[in-house]
Design a protein around this ligand. Structure first.
Ligand code: HQG
Length: 191
């Protein structure tokens, strides 16, 4: 556990890592390879520029304590990448796997009309992100303002759609057509 007072700074560091490892490697003057890996020896100076002295032990702490296990080192430990959530083109090399019968997607009630018309779209990301359980979906949806809703996805029935499971247990797919969606009758007050 991070010491009291360190939580905020760990969060800021994680946000900057998300920026450079998912969306804009140039912002940290680093490069991602085809599978999304960056050299740790390039990432450390990028972090040091923002946050002062930054050694490997501190980076390991950020990775280990991250609330959603967003980052991972390669087995040798000389590279780091985001486990999912990229907008830059990378191929994580995840195998397609059979999903559980149902998955969940938490979102804001104000998006529901369009979602039921168009299905779930991946937007800027590589995939639509789905959660393995309702509690996680509520957290994801709760990031948005207004009332949170949870959609149940009939994942096993989605013939012809590949599913991938990220290292941090996020389920990924290209698109969810509306006929595989059902709004769960949960009542979550707006934040
Ligand atoms: C919505 C976080 C209108 C969708 C989380 C979502 C997750 C539509 C938003 C990960 C739509 C996209 C991903 C349609 C989808 N019409 N709105 N047809 N289709 N949407 O952030 O799933 O903290 O790209 O419901 O924990 O919210 O980044 O996706 O509200 O795992 O590690 O469009 O991001 O993880 O938003 O979140 P996002 P998401 P991290």
């Amino acid at each position: 556990m991070p010491a009291k007072g360190q939580g905020d700074s760990l969060k800021r560091i994680s946000k900057f890592l998300a920026l450079i490892l998912r969306h804009d490697p140039g912002a940290g003057n680093i490069r991602l390879d085809a599978e999304g890996w960056a050299e740790v020896e390039h990432v450390l100076p990028a972090l040091a520029t923002r946050f002062g002295d930054f050694d490997r032990a501190r980076l390991e702490e950020v990775v280990r304590t991250n609330d959603k296990s967003r980052y991972a080192f390669n087995p040798k430990g000389d590279k780091i990448r985001a486990n999912q959530g990229h907008s830059v083109p990378v191929d994580l090399g995840l195998p397609a796997v059979e999903p559980p019968p149902v998955l969940y997607h938490g979102t804001a009630a104000r998006f529901l009309g369009r979602i039921l018309e168009q299905g779930l779209n991946k937007g800027k990301r590589h995939h639509v992100h789905l959660s393995p359980d309702i509690a996680t979906a509520l957290n994801v949806g709760g990031r948005r303002s207004g009332e949170t809703i949870v959609l149940e996805v009939q994942s096993r029935k989605m013939q012809g759609h590949s599913f991938f499971r990220s290292a941090n247990d996020v389920w990924l797919t290209d698109h969810v057509p509306p006929q595989f969606l059902r709004v769960l009758p949960l009542s979550i007050p707006p934040r």
